[in-house]
Write a protein that binds this ligand. Structure first.
Ligand code: SF4
Length: 95
């Protein structure tokens, strides 16, 4: 499949508010080794500085039809890449 084949380009927005990941997402992240038992995120190739910035970002997900943290989007199976402030999203239905 063409790597850049995507259905949506989703704008990445920034909030000053503290965002919390929903518990089911945390559980998923822990299961896949992307979060430790203390709730600290460990994303491959993401520097602490980038992670800090990512925590303030959110997207209005066209599939889930709600605002979600960028981190949740980043680990979503539909996530393809991030280009100039936008997420290229495959747009497939999520469970
Ligand atoms: S990659 Fe996943 S979370 Fe992000 S916008 Fe697409 S469906 Fe929503």
């Amino acid at each position: 499949m063409d790597e850049l084949e995507h259905k949506y380009e989703v704008e990445i927005e920034v909030t000053e508010k503290k965002q919390k990941l929903p518990d089911p997402i945390k559980a998923e992240l822990k299961e896949s080794g992307m979060m430790d038992d203390k709730g600290k995120l460990k994303l491959k190739g993401v520097s602490p500085k980038m992670l800090k910035r990512m925590k303030q970002e959110f997207v209005n997900c066209p599939v889930l039809k709600e605002e979600i943290q960028f981190i949740q989007c980043f680990v979503c199976p539909n996530f393809q890449s991030r280009v100039t402030g936008k997420v290229l999203c495959k747009g497939d239905a999520l469970k």
